[in-house]
Ligand binder design. Structure first.
Ligand code: IPE
Ligand code: IPE
Ligand code: MG
Length: 227
């Protein structure tokens, strides 16, 4: 039965621990976030060789607005910089960008940058989904509202209206930094996902850590309620 889970098509990561990474080094939190972006870049470069069709990264939650204004500002500025610096590489490497969450509520210049990036990467074959201003309960409520508008509310009609509707089913969810909770991420999609929690802080997470998680995933037996 292990063959059922041999390869993961869709992997999602809760990238946590930037603040603690910085704190341990007596560095400003902003630097932890900056190093976090560097870890993202390395991972996105390595993923095509791992046979993963879709990588979904939790970058900013709908609850992260509770943070101090300067930290939110730092995170938004890093977003701007990242899109600007890495978009050419995405296009060249066939990365197809997707955004999940209520991203259209972000600052209008970021929305415009993202719209441009989505359009210019639309033909890519390697999906990178970024969760921005994302909250899973909000996503489910939006999807259920739309489903109700159109007719019956069923698991299928809700799923068809989730932000992730056109992504492969979630196989593996990883969270870094030792926290063992979902923090409002992909609650619906995780129904039968395998989960791996690692102590590594996000800026220290490398492609080797992901390969290790994939090996652990491959050894899992997925049953989906059967036997
Ligand atoms: C994850 O790192 C980044 C975001 C949530 C945007 P944190 O900033 O949550 O780092 P810790 O959890 O405080 O260490
Ligand atoms: C989850 O991390 C959100 C992201 C990684 C973007 P948090 O650091 O916000 O989660 P909590 O507050 O510890 O649950
Ligand atoms: Mg955190």
């Amino acid at each position: 039965m292990a063959s059922e889970s041999a390869s993961a098509r869709h992997v999602a990561i809760i990238m946590d621990g930037n603040g603690r990474w910085a704190k341990r080094r007596h560095l400003p939190r902003a630097l932890g976030h900056k190093r976090g972006v560097e870890a993202v870049r390395e991972l996105v470069r390595a993923v095509p060789a791992m046979g993963i069709e879709c990588l979904t990264l939790y970058a900013f939650s709908s609850e992260n607005w509770k943070r101090p204004e300067d930290e939110v500002g730092d995170l938004m500025n890093l977003m701007r910089k990242f899109i600007k610096s890495d978009l050419p590489e995405f296009i060249e490497n066939g990365v197809r960008l997707r955004i999940v969450g209520d991203w259209r509520a972000l600052d209008s210049d970021i929305v415009a940058m993202l719209e441009d990036a989505l359009e210019r990467t639309a033909n890519g074959t390697q999906t990178l989904a970024v969760a921005l201003n994302y909250g899973s309960q909000q996503e489910i409520a939006r999807a259920a509202t739309q489903a109700a508008h159109e007719g019956e509310i069923t698991p299928d009609t809700i799923a068809a209206h989730l932000d992730t509707a056109d992504l492969p089913p979630l196989d593996l969810l990883i969270r870094t930094s030792g926290e063992v909770r979902l923090s409002n991420f992909l609650l619906w999609q995780s129904a039968y996902a395998e989960m791996i929690f690692v102590d590594t802080l996000w800026p220290d997470f490398t492609p080797a850590h992901l390969r290790d998680a994939l090996a652990r995933f491959a050894a899992r037996e997925r049953r989906y309620g059967g036997r």
